[in-house]
Design a protein around this ligand. Structure first.
Ligand code: PLP
Length: 377
């Protein structure tokens, strides 16, 4: 059996160890410290946001963002349906209910027209959502400008889940920096990792200050421990932040490597019948965090499952595209503005190995095995 090729694995650079060693040498092994401060500053500079708060996960960052824009029990919050569950679960932590919005075909992200329809409908019955969670999936920005415009029209705050889109561009800026707040993730499978962590960004300094307060158990400024609110234990450790600083330094190389993966796959497989790669709208640049493609069984004469199972047999890890949230049993009672786009993507789509540390040989093994499925159909 050949060695396993995984979907996406951590890829360390040169400097991570230096920052972590510094933390050990100075005994800054705590959820505060110079690496945390520097990581926040360096991150803000990189994405172009005024303020950043380093947190224990992207999920924690989204939880705080929703709380700080005023989401409460009984509220509705709009959310992209085509995403990972962590975009939606923090809505439920607050006792609010997600309402899902489907994707468009050009970006696979939230369809601005469907959002417009949904907000108009909710405005009529006086039940506007408390926030819109816009997801930028697989390294690709959604079409933010029209979405922000619609949100502004109804005065609904936009929160961007850019967990998968660090390093991407939208009109030469970073997704995640357009709304009231944006979140990023440094989980182990993301484009850069701190082994686990997240970032909340905003141009609203007050919001970020409150996030830091809530993330450290909401401790009031007194010499003793005084609490007037319930908080969370959500700060990032100074050790993890050290890894993050090293990873930030190599982000552009990681993006380039993932784009190379995608280009290699596309040129080798793009002409096979019924294959379509994730489209890339010209308003920005995708990082191709994961290389995604769909197989149309009517044209290809093979389906996604055949490809997935064949690759698994040959020790190559793949994953179907995200199962839309409105199809998840846990959200079966939630409303969805549904155009069936994400349902179709889920049925036909596959993520193939995409790590920035894949070798040429790894890529050609994946390509060869996919071609074999076609030959043996
Ligand atoms: C990974 C991810 C998150 C959650 O980030 P964590 O750091 O794992 O908590 C949220 N949304 C999306 C779209 C993600 O892919």
């Amino acid at each position: 059996m050949k060695k396993q090729i995984l979907l996406s694995t951590p890829h360390m650079g040169e400097q991570e160890r230096k920052f972590v060693t510094e933390a050990f040498d100075t005994n800054w092994v705590a959820p505060i410290g110079p690496n945390v401060d520097a990581f926040e500053r360096e991150f803000s500079t990189l994405v172009g946001s005024q303020y950043s708060a380093a947190l224990s996960s992207g999920t924690a960052a989204l939880h705080l963002a929703l709380k700080l824009v005023g989401v409460e029990a009984g509220d509705e919050v709009f959310c992209s349906t085509f995403t990972f569950i962590a975009s939606a679960s923090p809505i439920t932590y607050l006792g609010a209910k997600p309402v899902f919005i489907d994707s468009d075909r050009t970006s696979w992200n939230m369809d601005p027209n469907l959002l417009s329809e949904a907000l108009a409908q909710k405005a009529k019955v006086n039940k506007l959502p408390k926030a819109v969670v816009l997801v930028h999936l697989y390294g690709q920005s959604a079409d933010i400008e029209p979405i922000l415009e619609i949100c502004d029209r109804y005065s609904v705050p936009l929160i961007e889940d850019a967990a998968e889109a660090l390093g991407a561009t939208y009109k030469n800026t970073s997704p995640g920096t357009w709304g009231r707040a944006g979140i990023f993730s440094f989980n182990g499978n993301k484009i850069i990792t701190t082994s686990g962590g997240g970032m909340l960004v905003s141009d609203d300094g007050d919001l970020i200050e409150k996030a830091r307060f809530l993330a450290t158990q909401a401790r009031d400024p007194e010499p003793h421990y005084e609490h007037t609110q319930i908080g969370f234990n959500y700060r990032l450790s100074n050790i993890s932040a050290g890894i993050g600083r090293g990873q930030l330094a190599v982000l552009s190389e990681r993006v380039a490597a993932r784009c190379r993966n995608f280009a290699t796959y596309k040129s080798a497989l793009g002409d096979l019948p019924g294959i379509e790669f994730m489209p890339e709208p010209d308003y920005g640049k995708s990082t191709h965090w994961l290389s995604c493609l769909t197989f149309d069984p009517n044209v290809a004469k093979i389906d996604r499952e055949q490809v997935r199972l064949h690759l698994a047999k040959h020790n190559i890890e793949t994953r179907p595209l995200w199962k839309p949230m409105h199809l998840q049993p846990v959200f079966s009672d939630c409303e969805c503005f549904n155009s069936r786009v994400s349902e179709e993507l889920f049925q036909k789509g596959l993520c193939i190995p995409s790590g920035s540390n894949l070798s040429e040989e790894d890529l050609s093994r994946v390509i060869t095995e996919i071609k074999k499925v076609y030959r043996h159909q």
